[in-house]
Design a binder for this molecule. Structure first.
Ligand code: ZN
Length: 265
């Protein structure tokens, strides 16, 4: 998985633009995608429901802090609480991010909170959408397109709607079972069928399914849970890399066998 859990949670909350971490580039996959702070265009938008998101964000931050532990959250929480006081003005913004390695461009939009007086102004931002989607982990070329599409959407919803990101994660699990040819009356049964050949991956998927179910039907999933699920998913996708390797290897093995077995005759 790219970046640390702390960095993703930091990005997932309101923060100062200059503290935005360097993100993984969707084009070259290097962690070199940098927010151009000068490109930020923030507009006041009192009608924007940003304050609701901000309130939720404080609750989310507290939960994440408890889940992760450590003192780093004290600073994040202090900044969040500072900019979400009643006198803060909600806003919207758009931004441009550039990859320092390949020059690729990513556009972002999101919510901002800022306040200003005679002496100073403070702006905090939270990206809610990136175009194209910023990957949380590398999706190998061997992974079928149907799974890739669900994961790319899950990556993007992570920044705006944790429940929908969890729902998309569940859809990706369904696509994994379909692509591997496991058919059952429900997802649980499909994963059970998978366990005969891929036991460890099936155990992992059952845990991920719980996250997806909770996200779809309840509000118990937070960003920290989703990041744990994203950290496990690449292990499941290695099935497709192994399948590709087996196919390539068997073609070469057959060619070698045909050549040298003929020489033996
Ligand atoms: Zn790049």
């Amino acid at each position: 998985m790219f970046l640390t859990k702390y960095q993703w949670l930091h990005l997932n909350d309101f923060h100062t633009p200059s503290s935005t971490p360097q993100l993984p580039c969707p084009y070259c996959l290097e962690e070199s995608l940098t927010l151009d702070v000068e490109s930020l265009s923030v507009d006041e938008s009192p009608a924007h429901r940003c304050h609701i998101a901000a309130n939720r964000s404080i609750a989310e931050t507290k939960r994440n802090r408890e889940a992760l532990g450590g003192d780093g959250w004290k600073l994040v929480l202090a900044v969040t609480e500072l900019v979400t006081k009643e006198e803060a003005t909600p806003g919207i913004f758009h931004s441009t991010l550039y990859c320092q390695d390949c020059g690729g461009v990513v556009l972002g939009i999101g919510s901002a909170i800022y306040r200003s007086n005679k002496n100073f102004s403070t702006v905090a931002v939270k990206h809610e959408y990136f175009c194209p989607s910023v990957p949380l982990f590398e999706i190998a070329s061997s992974v079928p397109e149907s799974i890739r599409q669900e994961l790319l959407q899950a990556f993007n919803y992570f920044h705006s709607d944790i429940s929908t990101a969890g729902f998309k994660l569940r859809r990706a699990i369904e696509r994994v079972c379909e692509e591997l040819g496991y058919k059952g009356k429900n997802l649980h049964q499909c994963i059970d069928l998978m366990a005969d050949k891929h036991n460890e991956e099936a155990i992992w998927l059952k845990a991920l399914k719980l996250v997806g179910n909770e996200a779809t039907h309840a509000n118990g999933v937070n960003a920290s849970d989703l990041l744990d699920a994203f950290a496990v998913f690449p292990g499941v996708l290695q099935i497709f890399e192994r399948q590709k390797f087996s196919k390539d290897a068997s073609e070469k093995v057959n060619a070698l066998h045909n050549k040298f077995s003929k020489q033996l005759k």
